[in-house]
Design a protein. Structure first.
Length: 563
C-alpha cells in the first residue's frame, strides 16, 4: 500500500459522505486530512498512530481511520456508503465542474443514476431547471460528459506503459525463449493509448494463447481473437489488449509493422519491404527504402521523412542532454518537499541547476507566494547556493516563479517584484472557459510582457479529463518568436503540453522549448522522461532545448534577457 492509496480512500469517503448529505463538519474532516497529508512527506503506511494523530489536519479520529485502511486495506465507512450508491452516480464524480452536492441534486431530484441518462437530461434541458444550475452549468456538464465518453476506453501514456509492462513481465517469465516486444501506441510514445499491443515471436501460437488464457487477470474476447492474435481485456480495465503472435524468423518484420502508423507504412514502400523476406533489423527496412533509420516515436507519417533528410537521430534530445530542471514547486507553495530537499535531490541526480517556480500570489488554493514570502524564499536560495555548490561540482538554484496570467493577460506582481526573479514561467490557471479570441488576447499580452521567460502549459489541457482552452497555435508561437519567449513542454503525463504536433512549427520559427516536469515532489523530476519521449516524437533537437543549456550558458542567457 502507498500513501496515494490511503489518500484516495479518504477522499472518496469524504465525497460519499457529502453525496449522502452528512454534516459539513464530518465531510470537512476528511477533505482537510487529504489536503494536508497530500503535502506531507511522512510515510503514512508505517508512521505510528500516535505520531499520525499529531499531523496537521489529522487528529485521533482520522488517525484511527488511516490505521483501519493500512490494516485491512479498506475502510468500512466507505464500503457501507458504496453499497448505498448506484455505480452510475459514482461515475458522475468524474465530471469536471460539479461536486458531490450537485451530483446529489441530479440523483435525488431528477432520479438519474446513469451518465447516459444525465446526458439525455442535459439535451432535454432538465438539468438547467435545477436550482443553482442554469444553462451554462448544463452545457458544461454536457460537454464534459461527451468528452469523457469519447475517451472512456483510452489511457494516458504512463498508465498504458504500466499495464503493458505488467503483461510483458508475466509473458517473459512464462515464455523465456520467445522474443517479446511492446508495440503500437506505447512504442510510438503516443500521449494517448487507445489499445495495448504486444508482439510475441513463437513457433507454436497455441502455446502463447494457452499461457495468456491461463492468467487469471486476462479475459479473452473469443469472437474477435484468432489463432495468431489474442484479443481481450485485463480484469477491471476497459482498454483493449492485443497480443500478436508471429514466427520467430518474422519477428522483426512484424515488430516494425506494428510500431508504425498506416500513413508511415504507406510511404517509400515500407510496408511492402517489411512483408517480404525475414529481416534481421528494422534498420535494414529503411536501408532498402534508401532512407536513414527513423525512430519508432516519429513513425506517424507526418514530418519525419523530411526531418530525417536534414537531421541525424543523434541530434534529438535525450534525458542525458538535459542540464537543469525548470518549473518545480516546494513547500513554499503546494509542493511536498522543502526547497533544500528539492535542490539536493536535483544536484544528486547530476543536474547543474534547479529552477524553483512556486505558485504566485493569485494561486491562493496552492499557497501562492505573497511578496514577503518571495523575499524569504530568495534569502533561503542565497544561503543554499553557498551550501550546495562546490568548485568541483557547481550547482545553482535559480529564482523563478510560476506567475498566474490574469484575466486581462497581466502577471500578478508589480514590476519591482518581477525584476527580482531570474526567470518567470507565465501560466493560465483560472477562468479557463474562454473563447479563442479571449484566450489569445490573454496569452499574447502575457507573452509580450518583457518579464515572461517561459510560457507554461500553453493550452491548459489535462489529457482525457479536460480539453483545454482554445488556442491558435500559430499565432501563439509567432508571438513567442517575436518576443524571445520559450515555450514549455510540460512533461507531466497529465498534460504533455505543448502538444508534440506543434514542435516543428516552433522550431521553424526559432522558438526554444523547455522540457519541464512541473514537479511537486522529488520523484516528479522523472516525469521528464515522458516529456523527452514526446519531444523526440516531435523532432526536438538538443540545440533547441532550453534546459539543455549548461549552468554557465543558462546564467548568461538569463542575464542578457533581463538586460
Amino acid at each position: 500500500m502507498e500513501n496515494q492509496t490511503i489518500l484516495d480512500i479518504l477522499e472518496l469517503t469524504g465525497k460519499l459522505l457529502e453525496l449522502h448529505g452528512e454534516n459539513d463538519f464530518k465531510v470537512r474532516a476528511y477533505y482537510s486530512a487529504v489536503f494536508n497529508l497530500d503535502k506531507s512527506t511522512e510515510d503514512l503506511t508505517t508512521i505510528p498512530v500516535a505520531q499520525l494523530s499529531g499531523l496537521q489536519g489529522v487528529g485521533k479520529s482520522m488517525a484511527a481511520k488511516i490505521e483501519e485502511i493500512r490494516t485491512t486495506g479498506t475502510l468500512k465507512e466507505m464500503n457501507d456508503l458504496l453499497q448505498e450508491t448506484p455505480e452510475g452516480v459514482l461515475e458522475m464524480f468524474r465530471i469536471k465542474g460539479i461536486g458531490p452536492k450537485k451530483v446529489r441534486q441530479i440523483w435525488l431530484e431528477l432520479n438519474i443514476t446513469d451518465t447516459r441518462e444525465l446526458l439525455l437530461a442535459c439535451e432535454n434541458g432538465e438539468v438547467a431547471r435545477l436550482k443553482g444550475f442554469g444553462e451554462k452549468t448544463q452545457e458544461a456538464i454536457k460537454t464534459n460528459l461527451q468528452f469523457l465518453q469519447a475517451n472512456s476506453s483510452k489511457l494516458r501514456m504512463e498508465k498504458g506503459e504500466e499495464l503493458a509492462q505488467q503483461l510483458l513481465d508475466v509473458l517473459e517469465t512464462n515464455l523465456p525463449d520467445s522474443a517479446i516486444q511492446i508495440v503500437g501506441d506505447i512504442r510510438r510514445k503516443n500521449e494517448i493509448v487507445e489499445s495495448i499491443q504486444l508482439l510475441v515471436g513463437h513457433s507454436k501460437p497455441w502455446e502463447v494463447q494457452q499461457v495468456i488464457n491461463g492468467l487469471p487477470f486476462m479475459q479473452q474476447a473469443e469472437k474477435i481473437s484468432s489463432p495468431f492474435v489474442w484479443r481481450g481485456k485485463m480484469e477491471g480495465k476497459s482498454i483493449p489488449f492485443e497480443v500478436q503472435i508471429s514466427s520467430p524468423e518474422n519477428f522483426v518484420n512484424q515488430q516494425f509493422i506494428y510500431s508504425a502508423s498506416p500513413k508511415h507504412l504507406a510511404q517509400k514502400s515500407l510496408l511492402k519491404i517489411a512483408q517480404k523476406e525475414p529481416l534481421a533489423s528494422e534498420e535494414i527496412i529503411y536501408q532498402t527504402a534508401g532512407i536513414p533509420y527513423i525512430i519508432p516515436e516519429m513513425r506517424e507519417g507526418t514530418f519525419e521523412f523530411d526531418w530525417i533528410q536534414q537531421h541525424s537521430n543523434d541530434e534529438l534530445v535525450t534525458w542525458d542532454s538535459l542540464k537543469g530542471i525548470l518549473h518545480n514547486h516546494s513547500t513554499y507553495s503546494d509542493g511536498k518537499h522543502t526547497l533544500e530537499e528539492m535542490a539536493t535531490y536535483c544536484r544528486d541526480l547530476g543536474f547543474e541547476y534547479l529552477g524553483i517556480a512556486d505558485h504566485s500570489k493569485t494561486a491562493i488554493y496552492a499557497r501562492g507566494l505573497y511578496e514577503d514570502r518571495v523575499d524569504q524564499q530568495h534569502a533561503e536560495i542565497d544561503r543554499l547556493n553557498l551550501k550546495l555548490s562546490t568548485p568541483e561540482k557547481p550547482f545553482k538554484i535559480l529564482k523563478g516563479i510560476e506567475s498566474d496570467i490574469l484575466g486581462d493577460g497581466s502577471l500578478d506582481y508589480s514590476e519591482e517584484v518581477l525584476k527580482s526573479f531570474d526567470y518567470i514561467v507565465a501560466s493560465v490557471h483560472q477562468s479557463l472557459k474562454m473563447t479563442e479570441e479571449k484566450a489569445m488576447s490573454r496569452l499574447i499580452k502575457a507573452i509580450e510582457n518583457p518579464y515572461t521567460t517561459i510560457l507554461g502549459h500553453p493550452t491548459g489541457r489535462l489529457l482525457l479529463s479536460r480539453a483545454g482552452y482554445p488556442v491558435n497555435h500559430q499565432w501563439m508561437i509567432d508571438a513567442c518568436a517575436a518576443n524571445g519567449v520559450v515555450i514549455e513542454i510540460n512533461a507531466s503525463p497529465y498534460r504533455l503540453d505543448l502538444d508534440w504536433r506543434w514542435i516543428q512549427y516552433a522550431l521553424e520559427k526559432g522558438v526554444k522549448l523547455s522540457i519541464n516536469p512541473d514537479a511537486h515532489e522529488k520523484d516528479g523530476y522523472f516525469d521528464m522522461h515522458y516529456g523527452v519521449a514526446v519531444a523526440r516524437k516531435g523532432g526536438l533537437t538538443k540545440d533547441m532545448t532550453f534546459n539543455a543549456l549548461s549552468l554557465t550558458e543558462m546564467e548568461a542567457y538569463l542575464i542578457s534577457r533581463k538586460k
